[in-house]
Design a protein around this ligand. Structure first.
Ligand code: ADP
Ligand code: MG
Length: 619
């Protein structure tokens, strides 16, 4: 991610310098006009840092920031004009915007990203119309004037200098809370779902809820900024809260760097200062602005904040990482929650009953039944396109089977979202790797480690000791999982910089951190050399020894025959055989499926496109 990492001393000096500059600024600026501009910039900053939650971290396009800013401003103006204190109006503005965001988010955030974009554009238009036409309340086009000044400890805030310091404190608070969210379970979940929604869900992240929280936070930031705006300029009029302004906020975030609070600050500063600095260009400014945005998107797609990374990008090279693979035997894993006292070891942990999954006319799974023993290693094999990945997708909730049942320790999984299934105790890895590329290795696994912990937004914002305790526990679980797969040395690396084989191990660590009863692995040895796959075999055996039941799909015969307690064979969506490795090796039907089929049929089966889990989640 774009967390700027300086040595502590340099960071301290930098912070000190920034503080001095910011405190001295009102006296260094020539004229009141510029200070007024700075104050407006500070208000924009809060709006854009807020926007970063939903658009930057969650990747959902939101054009409602100007409307929420307006709602905050009008609620504050209306209340204070009617004799209420600013300090009552401000929380009221926050509550009003928070509620509006629920109204807008609940129906749209379940859908694809662009639904929020469309809904927020419409919302912006509606708010604008209401502000202009509901004259008795909003004052129509002329707005509301003569709003009383903010009173702070009995002192009325007047003048740009006083407003400046007042706003500066709010900006610092907004930024600080934003960084705190980013460093928490909630922030990691937001970025995880942006990188891969399905991979976040199977780690127990309720993606709809997290998006909703992010959207509410964004809106509340805008609402509070609206309140502060009224407290600063003492009037409101509707023109400022238009969709044009919403686009400007959006551009500020994109130019600065989507997904980084620091980027949000840079973008706001640049786009507030630039129009002033280039005022002499008159209408040519817009041309320059357009060209500038295009150049930015072409050459700096990650925003201005990524400049530093561009110069230091060789810091984490995949090749170097690959050379340092830890090939020693995996350390043992503490017994997991599925570990059972001896005697109960023969129990069935998972019972799959007549599951049928159709894609249009194609029956990818045809009444598949399967029973998996607790603490066993159970392989699923079959030719390409025989339904193995589809089977894992149905078990983990990525696909909804049309018929059948899947019981995990007696709990029905069909019909539940992947995040709920993860909490029951089933986790998985993906055939086509889905690590969260913009998080570090450590953060990837921490997303898994938070599967069974509650997220309390207020606790995160307040930084309660319970919250810190929870983080520490998750971190310990995470380090254990990383040591287990031999990736502890790479904890601070961006996950995207790892070699393929390591990314597969990272997915295993992430899944293990959820403390699953059953772990599904889809072709874990794909792309691994013999040495790496040997270590993978040891890892799977160690998982079983820790009490985790492993169901895996694999083409590597040495691996399948070497470690499986039982093997199930699929062909054309049907279970054609099941038994011990010895039984399977000599089963005539299996040999037929792999070798005996007429050539044309085999070619057709092999060239069938392999199914990719869809990004959207079927609730
Ligand atoms: P395997 O993992 O055994 O190679 P898959 O489960 O990926 O096989 O695919 C089984 C069959 O289902 C294939 O014919 C595949 O094309 C089809 N299939 C898988 N996913 C989808 C999907 N999302 N939409 C349509 N067809 C799919
Ligand atoms: Mg597959």
């Amino acid at each position: 991610m774009t967390s700027l990492k300086f040595p502590p001393l340099r960071l301290l000096l930098l912070a000190l310098l920034a503080t001095v500059v910011l405190l001295a600024l009102p006296f260094a600026l020539p004229g009141k006009y510029l200070l007024q501009l700075v104050n407006l910039g500070l208000i924009s900053l809060i709006v854009v840092v807020g926007l970063n939650f939903i658009t930057g971290y969650c990747g959902q396009i939101n054009f409602a920031q100007a409307a929420f800013w307006g709602i905050g401003a009008y609620v504050t103006a209306g209340l204070t004009l009617n004799g209420f204190s600013f300090w009552l109006a401000l929380p009221a503005a926050a509550v009003a915007t928070g509620l509006c965001s629920l109204l807008l988010g609940i129906p749209t955030l379940r859908l694809r990203a662009y639904y929020l974009a469309m809904a927020t554009i419409a919302f912006g238009e509606i708010v604008q119309l209401i502000l202009v036409h509901w004259e008795p309340v909003t004052g129509g086009t002329s707005g509301l004037r003569g709003v009383p000044p903010v009173s702070l400890f009995g002192h009325a805030l007047v003048g740009h200098v006083q407003h400046y310091y007042f706003l500066l404190v709010w900006c610092a608070l907004a930024l600080w809370l934003s960084l705190r969210v980013r460093a928490s379970k909630l922030g990691r979940s937001m970025i995880a779902l942006r990188d891969s929604e399905i991979a976040a869900e199977v780690m127990g992240v309720d993606t709809v809820r997290v998006k909703m929280l992010a959207f509410a936070l964004s809106s509340i930031y805008a609402g509070i900024a609206g309140s502060l705006y009224v407290g600063t300029v003492n009037y409101v009029s509707p023109d400022l809260f238009s969709n044009t302004q919403a686009v400007l906020f959006f551009v500020m975030l994109v130019i600065g760097g989507v997904g980084s609070a620091v980027g949000a600050v840079i973008g706001t500063v640049v786009l507030t200062a630039l129009p002033e600095a280039l005022r002499f260009l008159k209408e040519w400014y817009m041309v320059l602005y357009g060209v500038g945005v295009i150049l930015m998107i072409t050459f700096l797609p990650d925003g201005l904040v990524s400049i530093r990374k561009r110069f230091t990008r060789d810091a984490a090279r995949p090749a170097e990482a690959a050379a340092a693979v830890d090939s020693t035997t995996p350390v043992t894993l503490r017994a997991q929650r599925s570990a059972m006292p001896t005697g109960e070891q023969d129990q069935t942990v998972m019972a799959v009953g007549a599951v049928t999954m159709r894609f249009g006319g194609l029956t990818a799974l045809d009444a598949v039944s399967l029973s998996v023993k607790r603490g066993s290693v159970h392989a699923v094999i079959g030719p390409n396109g025989s339904g193995k990945t589809t089977f894992l997708n149905v078990l983990s909730g990525a696909y909804q089977a049309q018929e059948g049942s899947v019981l995990l320790d007696g709990v029905e999984l069909i019909g539940s979202r992947p995040s709920a299934i993860a909490k029951v105790g089933l986790s998985r890895t993906f055939q086509n790797i889905r690590v969260y590329k913009s998080l570090t290795v450590l953060e990837n696994v921490m997303v898994g480690a938070s599967c069974n912990t509650g997220a309390n937004v207020l606790g995160i914002l307040a930084g309660t000791s319970g919250q810190k305790q929870q983080e520490a526990t998750m971190r310990a679980d995470t380090m254990e999982a990383l040591q287990f797969v031999g990736l502890a040395a790479f904890a601070e690396r961006p996950a995207g910089s790892l070699a393929y084989a390591q990314q597969r191990l990272l997915e295993i660590a992430r899944a293990v951190a959820t403390k699953p009863k059953v772990l599904l692995l889809d072709e874990p040895a794909a792309g691994m050399n013999p040495q790496e796959s040997t270590r993978l075999m040891e890892t799977i055996v160690a998982l079983r020894d820790a009490g985790i039941t492993v169901i895996f799909v694999e083409h590597n015969v040495r691996l399948v025959m070497g470690i499986s307690d039982r093997i199930t064979v699929f062909d054309f969506g049907k279970k054609i055989a099941e038994g011990t490795p010895q039984e399977i090796q000599t089963n005539p039907q299996v040999i037929e499926a792999y070798l005996g089929r007429p050539r044309e049929a085999r070619v057709a089966a092999n060239s069938a496109p392999s199914g990719q889990p869809k990004e959207e989640i079927h609730a």
